[in-house]
Design a protein around this ligand. Structure first.
Ligand SMILES: Nc1ncnc2c1ncn2[C@@H]1O[C@H](COP(=O)(O)OP(=O)(O)OP(=O)(O)O)[C@@H](O)[C@H]1O
Ligand SMILES: [Mg+2]
Length: 444
């Protein structure tokens, strides 16, 4: 694995990068997580497997374990289909006040109907040790965004934007109803692969655990914190959440920004060795700029940094607004690309044109040389011509003495056919080939 800041290869289990000193303890999370997964593998003796809750849900298999409880694949006994069932940790539902908060939030979340939000079907309240509190949800057959990030190190920009827009669409639908998710993190995003059978051309996402974090929300009494319960992953918590203040939808906007940052950079915006260290950075440090080699478009970086603003007022007002800004950044980037492509194309055309002009010039030059070679006599011909020019002129007879009239007549007699050279006439005397009419012949 490489350091997200300076790309130095990291030593196994290193806590700091040897190149730039960045704290990279969390990057080894993959190894830790593998260990964690190993530990949370369905124990063969899980007493709940095969158990039917409230005569309605038969637990088939353990899907995973989180901070709030354990998730099972279950069968609805009466309907026969499969669902996901999350059994909440006992201590979370022991407090009446917390349960009340959760019940209100879960009801609101259950009203949510959106293609990017996991459907909540049912909810069961704890009634003693063998009847735990649970939530019944749509069973999503996909991979968590956490697993994708860890598997691929980081996500390619276009894919990350496309996933983010779907995530924001789901979270935005909740925000419009005043529901705050409170625990946006890659573990709570399930990515579904394209599936022809399900009419899904592209990969898609489902956001899970809406409002469930309300159960462990330290605001409203701080009961859970008092119990020593540690809130969830700290890397995505907004500054106000770190302080234990009241939250509104803009807290989710911050978490979305932090998650998006991690998708692109391969590591969250704030990392430290301790939980308090991360919290302190959320509260006081500006997020690190993206490394240049990540080639995150400036417009996109701006949107993410706005979502990561320390004060809620400086962020996008909700997830829908964040999605809109992402779309706009994408459009700007496309335009920038297009302008760059056109510039490149014009440059290539210009180069091609001047190469063609050069080629034509050379061809013309060649042609001229060939023509000259044809018209300039060869040395032999020139020599012969010169010889001819130098040759003596033929001898001329002396002029005869002037002739008398008689001799001129004699000469005429001697040369009756010799013609006096006639000068060529510039015009032609019309010749009348038809015989002229005989003036004495009778008129017919
Ligand atoms: N509706 C669901 N369909 C399929 N798998 C699910 C569903 N809900 C949760 N999971 C999976 O179950 C596992 C455990 O989820 P869980 O929510 O308990 O853990 P978490 O998200 O890591 O922690 P947290 O308790 O803080 O939410 C995760 O791998 C998650 O992807
Ligand atoms: Mg979860």
């Amino acid at each position: 694995m490489n350091c997200p800041q300076c790309q130095q290869v990291l030593r196994e289990n290193a806590r700091f990068c040897d190149g730039c000193g960045l704290s990279v303890g969390t990057l080894n999370a993959a190894t830790e997580r593998a260990q964690e997964l190993f530990e949370t593998l369905p124990p063969p003796d899980d007493p709940l497997i095969g158990h039917t809750l409230d005569a309605k849900y038969q637990l088939i298999e353990r899907l995973g374990k989180g901070g709030m409880g354990v998730v099972y694949r279950a069968r609805r006994v009466l309907i026969g289909d499969e669902v996901a069932l999350k059994i909440l940790r006992g201590e979370l539902v022991a407090e009446d006040e917390a349960v009340g908060r959760f019940r209100r939030e879960a009801r609101a979340a259950a009203m949510l109907r959106h293609p990017n939000v996991v459907l909540i079907y049912d909810y069961g309240e704890a009634r003693g040790d063998d009847a735990p509190a649970y939530i019944v949800m749509e069973l999503v057959k996909g991979e968590s965004l956490r697993d994708i990030i860890e598997g691929e190190d980081k996500i390619e920009i276009a894919r990350a934007v496309s996933l983010m827009r779907e995530i924001c669409a789901g979270v935005g639908a909740a925000h419009r109803r005043g529901i705050v998710h409170r625990d946006i993190k890659p573990d709570n995003i399930i990515v579904l692969p394209p599936d022809e059978d399900e009419d899904r051309e592209r990969e898609s996402v489902k956001v899970v655990d809406f409002g469930i974090a309300k159960l462990r929300d330290p605001s409203g009494g701080g009961t859970l914190t008092q119990k020593g319960f540690q809130p969830g992953t700290v890397y995505y918590m907004s500054p106000e959440q770190c302080r234990g203040d009241d939250l509104d939808v803009r807290s989710d906007v911050y978490s979305l920004g932090a998650m998006f940052y991690e998708m692109l950079a391969g590591a969250p915006p704030f990392m430290a060795e301790t939980r308090t260290g991360v919290i302190s950075k959320h509260l006081f440090d500006p997020p690190r700029a993206f490394a240049e080699d990540l080639r995150v478009p400036p417009a996109l970086e701006k949107v993410i940094m706005r979502a990561l603003a320390k004060t809620p007022e400086a962020r996008q007002v909700d997830a829908t607004s964040l999605a809109r800004e992402l779309l706009e950044a994408e459009r700007q980037e496309r335009e920038r690309h297009e302008a760059e492509r056109q510039r490149e194309e014009a440059k290539t055309l210009r180069l091609e044109k001047s190469a063609e002009e050069e080629r034509l010039k050379q061809a013309a030059e060649e042609e001229r040389r060939l023509r000259e070679a044809r018209t300039v006599p060869s040395d032999d011909t020139a020599k012969r011509r010169q010889e001819r020019a130098d040759a003596p002129l033929p001898r001329t007879e002396p002029a005869p003495p002037p002739k008398t009239d008689s001799s001129r007549a004699k000469a005429t007699e001697e040369q009756p056919t010799q013609q006096v050279p006639t000068q060529k006439l510039d015009f032609q005397i019309p010749t009348n080939k038809a015989p002229s009419p005989d003036p004495i012949s009778p008129v017919m």
